[in-house]
Design a protein around this ligand. Structure first.
Ligand code: TXA
Ligand code: MG
Length: 345
């Protein structure tokens, strides 16, 4: 199939026609990739079992890994999910925005969307283009990240094109995603909520709305996921660059010393402050040491670039396990296949 690549212009008239056409593709069972504030999504009609199946085929995604259902307004979840007062309290504070809430599902959602689970993930994206697309489609939109399964999530439309050209009807280009890592995913429980995937909405922010916020062990330790994790996505090796990535634990200075003590030419994800301190390495700017937003924004793009660097190995600093860095820690530890070594000092 030929993939249509369309730049959104901010000019209402031009884009209005684009959204009408994209909405029609979705309603008729096709696939449209679109920007969100987190990463690009690969959308299909969430109420059409065959359309959802096309997503799995296009991405090469395992069929038991369920999809997030996107709505233009949090109330639209009523049609297919069992909403609760806590859901609405969270929606009031964090939606539209980068939060996904897992609720019990209603029969309307096909098994091909939920991977056969009795729950469904709901998200109302903050990006206006995403909400306009959902409105134009007139149905909720199932959308995973628009990458081939196993490669880093796409943060630009060019990343989507590189992975999915010829596999989707249309790609809407809304520029680089503001956040750069996927939404925070939580499961509501009787006691409070469980964090299944960290993102820009932080545990302590959730705690201002929900009584108890538990962090699922697999967030920090992928091996803890086991064969039947709370979120199927936890068990898959994600975001892996083709080049070997090794994380180095220790201070900033220890990281610089460690890399400089390597004999071979290597790649390095460096904090902005240290860019000039490496002797023999291909250096990529991860963002300031104390700027988790910049690091989240850059990480997936850098992991994609890393594959073109032609170095045998890439080193990166191990992020702290604190709230602000939880999303980074969670993504990079998976990208590195949990390979962590200690820097000196
Ligand atoms: O920011 C985002 O969330 C992006 C954009 C496009 O909205 N979407 C995204 O989707 O990251 P995806 O499919 O790449 O990740 C969804 C995650 C997976 O780890 C999946 O296992 C989990 O959410 N998930 C979905 N439905 C679930 C359910 N019912 N129970 C547990 N986990 C679920
Ligand atoms: Mg994904």
């Amino acid at each position: 199939m030929k993939t249509e690549f369309i730049k959104l212009t901010d000019i209402e008239d031009t884009d209005a026609e684009t959204f009408l056409r994209a909405g029609k593709i979705l309603r008729e069972g096709g696939l449209v990739a679109f920007p969100t504030e987190t990463v690009y999504g690969l959308g299909a009609n969430a109420l059409d079992p065959d359309a959802a199946r096309k997503i799995y085929a296009a991405k090469g995604r395992p069929a038991d890994n369920p999809l997030i259902v996107h709505v233009a307004d949090p109330r639209e979840a009523e049609a297919f999910a069992v909403t609760t007062p806590v859901y609405y309290a969270l929606a009031q504070r964090f939606m539209p925005g980068p939060l996904t809430v897992i609720l019990d599902k209603k029969p309307l959602v096909p098994d091909s969307v939920t991977g056969g689970l009795d729950t469904v993930a709901v998200r109302c994206p903050g990006h206006i283009a995403a909400r306009r697309l959902i409105q134009a489609a007139g149905v909720p939109i199932a959308a995973p990240s628009a990458n081939l399964s196993g490669s880093p999530s796409p943060t630009t439309a060019e990343h989507v094109l590189a992975d999915l050209s010829g596999r989707v009807e249309m790609i809407l280009d809304g520029g680089a995603c503001a956040i750069g890592v996927e939404s925070t995913v939580i499961r509501l429980t009787d006691e409070g909520c469980t964090l299944l995937r960290p993102g820009e909405v932080l545990p302590r922010e959730l705690a201002s709305v929900v009584k108890n916020v538990f962090v699922a062990p697999a967030v920090l330790d992928p091996d803890a996921a086991g064969d039947h994790p709370q979120s199927p996505g936890m068990k898959y090796r994600h975001y892996a660059p083709k080049t070997k990535l090794i994380l180095v634990e220790g201070s900033r200075d220890a990281f610089v010393d460690f890399v400089n003590s390597r004999k071979d030419f290597c790649g390095v994800l460096a904090y902005t402050e240290d860019l000039k301190r490496f002797k023999q390495a291909k250096i990529m700017d991860l963002g300031g040491e104390n700027d988790p937003a910049a690091q989240m924004h850059n990480l997936f793009r850098i992991l994609r670039e890393a594959d073109h660097m032609q170095v045998p190995v890439i080193y990166a600093p191990l992020p702290p396990k604190t709230d602000e860095y939880l999303a980074l820690y969670n993504r990079i530890i998976r990208a590195a296949g949990c390979e962590v070594i200690k820097g000196r000092s």
